[in-house]
Ligand binder design. Sequence first.
Ligand code: NAD
Length: 256
Amino acid sequence: MTSHSGKVVLVTGAGRGIGQAIADAHAAAGASVAYLDHDPALAAAAAEAARARGATTLAVSADVADEASVKAAVARIVDTLGPIGVLINNAGISPKSGADGKRAKLGEMSAEEWRRVLDVNLTGAFLCASAVVPAMRVAGRGSIVSVSSVAGKTYCDIVGVHYAATKAALIGFTKHLAGELGPDGITVNAVAPGRIDTPLMRGTAPEANEAARMATPLRRLGSPEDVAQTCLFLTSDNAAFVTGQVCDVAGGWLMT
Ligand SMILES: NC(=O)c1ccc[n+]([C@@H]2O[C@H](COP(=O)([O-])OP(=O)(O)OC[C@H]3O[C@@H](n4cnc5c(N)ncnc54)[C@H](O)[C@@H]3O)[C@@H](O)[C@H]2O)c1
């Protein structure tokens, strides 16, 4: 018996990076895990790799920004794995569409790009929570963890204002829902990673990553597993009395 056996877990953006590590950690802890990603090949490969290690997994292709896509994905997961007890809102984008090929600054950013980042990073969390919470209410238990960012708490010069705004909004989303869903036995928390070494970060200049490392008391970038283990705690029975919290996973970069 492992900490998460019997739980059905949905992780969005689970095809690679932090989402894959979160999904893998839950699978290794005995959960049945739906690996949802809008890239079907990434979802399939990640779910298959975990299955080869003995886990029960399902690859699901969906765009979290699209309501019909999310509803269809959740219906398939429930049919195949059972009612979802844990939702991890991880899928997120951070476009590098600026004139210099880095983050777009105000004036360079189109309204279309602004809306897409809000749709994926914020509305995606709303749509997924809306799809899974009714069954959690019936069960009288459940947990939701959203992946925010230190960039939602303070200025971070490698992301755009759209990204920062969504990550700050996820914190309000988390605290509000913790209050609203607490009486139903559902915990709602967020993690705020600092600089984590993932494909999303590979385009960042080495000097910028080195500066981030030196600004981090623990003197390294984070790993996807660092974030995954914190999520695993927050969705475990050990965190049953923890809700409405934002847990930084940032090596001490920002201490608030
Ligand atoms: N890497 C970091 O330093 C860092 C720091 C703080 C927060 N985060 C957050 O962590 C999360 C994961 O980041 P990452 O670095 O692993 O990114 P990543 O780009 O490596 O992986 C993101 C995954 O999400 C999927 N995805 C993107 N849009 C989607 C959509 N509309 N629907 C479904 N899936 C979609 C992608 O296909 C990809 O597999 C994001 O929310 C990101 O903002 C990352």
